[in-house]
Design a protein around this ligand. Structure first.
Ligand code: GSH
Length: 265
C-alpha cells in the first residue's frame, strides 16, 4: 500500500494525515488512512474518515524518472513544502514519456505542476511559481534589485540557451554516423555555454550573488547532463558545483522521493 501525504501537519496533535490513494481525485468516501507522527516515519494509528473537505488539494508534481522534474522535487525539499508526486516511467526502448502524461497536459512532457486550479509546464516557470507562491521570500533575490535581474537571466538561460547543444548532442549521437558533420559545431557550442557557466563560478559557489538560489536548482540540469554527454574535465568549477549540490540534504531527500536518477548521484 502506498501512503501519500495529504493535508498539513496538525499543530495541535502533531499528527499528519496519510492515506492510500489510487487516483488524483480526492476519495469520497475516503479509504483507510494512517496517522503518522510528526517525525513522519512510524505509523502509530489506523482509522477510517469520511469528512475530507471537498475543496482541499495538494500541490502535485508530475514526475518522470530521469528527467528535469527531479530539480522541482529538490526545490520543494529545500523549501520544506509538502507536495504530492505522481510518477511516470519512461518507455524502456524509446525513453519517451508514457501516454498518461498527455492526460495531464497536451505536450506530454515532464515536469508538470498542478496546484488548485493551476496547471503549469516548463521547469523554469514551475520553479518561479513555487518560489512566488510557496517560497516566502526564500531562494530568490528581492524583485527590483540587480541581483533579481541576474537571477531572471539565469532562470531563462538554462532551458532557453544552454540545453540546446546538449539536446543536439544527444539526438545526433543516435544517428548511424553519430551526426559526424554537425559535431564540430555542437562541440564548440558546448564549450561556449559550459565555459560561460564555468567562468561564472570562478570566484563563487553559486550563480547569483554567491547566495544559493532557485537559479542554481534550475541550472543544475545543464552540468548534470553535460557531465554524461560531454564530460566536465575542462569545466572544474561546474564539476565542483555538482559536488556541492549533490551533498545538500534537500537534494538527497528529493532523490529518496523521486527514485533513481541517472544524472546525479
Ligand atoms: N523545457 C522543458 C522541457 C520538458 C521536457 O522535454 N521534458 C522531458 C524530460 S527531461 C520529457 O518529458 N521527455 C519525454 C518525452 O519527450 O517524451 C522544461 O524545462 O520543462
Amino acid at each position: 500500500m502506498t501512503f501519500i501525504k495529504y493535508g498539513r501537519h496538525d499543530p495541535l496533535s502533531f499528527f499528519a494525515i496519510y492515506y492510500d490513494r489510487h487516483d488524483h481525485n480526492l476519495p469520497a468516501p475516503i479509504s483507510e488512512i494512517v496517522l503518522l507522527s510528526a517525525a513522519g516515519l512510524t505509523p502509530t494509528y489506523n482509522a477510517l474518515i469520511t469528512d475530507v473537505p471537498e475543496n482541499d488539494y495538494m500541490l502535485t508534481i508530475h514526475h518522470l524518472n530521469n528527467s528535469r522534474s527531479q530539480r522541482v522535487l529538490w526545490l520543494l525539499e529545500e523549501l520544506g513544502v509538502e507536495y504530492d508526486i505522481r510518477n511516470y516511467q519512461r518507455d524502456s526502448v524509446t525513453s519517451l514519456a508514457p501516454p498518461e502524461l498527455f492526460e495531464v497536459h497536451p505536450l506530454g512532457k515532464s515536469p508538470v505542476l498542478t496546484d488548485d486550479k493551476n496547471t503549469v509546464i516548463e521547469s523554469g516557470a514551475i520553479i518561479d511559481y513555487i518560489v512566488r507562491h510557496y517560497g516566502g521570500g526564500r531562494l530568490a533575490p528581492q524583485a527590483g534589485t540587480s541581483a533579481y535581474e541576474n537571477y531572471l537571466q539565469w532562470m531563462h538561460y538554462a532551458e532557453g540557451s544552454a540545453m540546446l547543444p546538449l539536446m543536439l548532442k544527444m539526438y545526433t549521437g543516435r544517428l548511424p554516423d553519430g551526426g559526424e558533420l554537425l559535431q564540430p559545431r555542437i562541440n564548440s557550442e558546448l564549450d561556449n555555454h559550459l565555459g560561460f557557466m564555468d567562468r561564472a563560478l570562478e570566484n563563487q559557489d553559486w550563480f547569483v550573488g554567491n547566495e544559493f538560489s532557485a537559479a542554481d536548482i534550475q541550472l543544475s540540469f545543464v552540468p548534470q547532463v553535460g557531465k554524461l554527454l560531454y564530460g566536465l574535465e575542462n569545466f572544474s568549477n561546474l564539476a565542483a558545483f555538482l559536488d556541492r549540490i549533490h551533498a545538500r540534504p534537500a537534494y538527497q531527500r528529493a532523490h529518496e522521493r523521486g527514485g533513481p536518477y541517472a544524472y546525479g548521484s
